[in-house]
Design a protein around this ligand. Sequence first.
Ligand SMILES: Nc1nc(=O)c2c([nH]1)NC[C@@H]1CN(c3ccc(C(=O)N[C@@H](CCC(=O)O)C(=O)O)cc3)CN21
Ligand SMILES: CC(C)C(=O)C(=O)O
Ligand SMILES: [Mg+2]
Length: 278
Amino acid sequence: MSEAVPQQVKRVRTRFFGTAKQQGTRITALTSYDALTAQIFDEAGIDFLLVGDSAGNVVFGHGTTVPVTLDELLPLSRAVAGAVRRAMVVADLPFGSYEVSPEQAVGSAVRLMKEGAAHAVKLEGGVRSAASIRRIVDAGVPVMGHVGYTPQSEHALGGHVVQGRGAAAEQLLADALAVQEAGAFAVVLEMVPAGIAREVSESLAIPTIGIGAGAGTDGQILVWQDFAGLTTGRVPRFVKAYADLRGTLTEAATAYADDVRTGAFPAEEHSFGDPARD
Ligand SMILES: Nc1nc(=O)c2c([nH]1)NC[C@@H]1CN(c3ccc(C(=O)N[C@@H](CCC(=O)O)C(=O)O)cc3)CN21
Ligand SMILES: CC(C)C(=O)C(=O)O
Ligand SMILES: [Mg+2]
């Protein structure tokens, strides 16, 4: 009988993104910040995992992504990259790690690749970030762009506001084109009207990954705690919860506390004996 041979899986690389767009195969993505979710999402066939600076909200408990540092994202990225077999791991350049100069941007991107073991980096901004995107790409690091609503500029944008409505549609297209022209292999479109997101997607050769951008983009991404029903309070309109992890974990924690208090846990099967004494 032949032994089961471990299957080698073909990794998702930048080439995959171009092929997917050409063939009309939609690209799937979730965020991840730890080894266990990375392994689960990878095995489920999610194409790329984003180590997002949304960790500021969903891991560190800040109200925004603004306080997140490169040093905080590095170990999260390393954990995710170490757990995947197929998925591409993209790591966010956090606020303050790339805006000063293209040199600063290259230095930060290199740290995400070397110390964070990421396969690509993502940074926010279109025309304003194009020079840095070009320099990072020239250094041998694949770059994903991010235009439309850019959470790191929340305070400049005046809150969580849909971008690219009306006359601003021209600027959105210019931003997406600048990202493509600078050498990015894909671009996130966040919180823009579905119609303009479709137009931008049709105008670009590189794939668009939507979040709050309707059904006309070339792929979709969600923050995993949102898609799993773990986040609480007012969740953005673009979120669909595919599970109720908050409910499941609340029930489990309540049952565990009850069992500990009543003495029902641990039972004999959770305890160790000593054959020399029992
Ligand atoms: N949990 C989580 N999910 C996210 O999608 C996410 C983060 N955190 N942190 C980083 C950014 C911030 N994002 C956000 C945060 C809030 C809204 C929001 O409140 N949207 C409202 C108002 C939209 C409007 O202007 O009409 C909504 O109803 O969607 C949107 C995107 C997306 N990112
Ligand atoms: C929402 C996605 C695109 C992101 O940038 C993040 O999770 O940080
Ligand atoms: Mg981000």
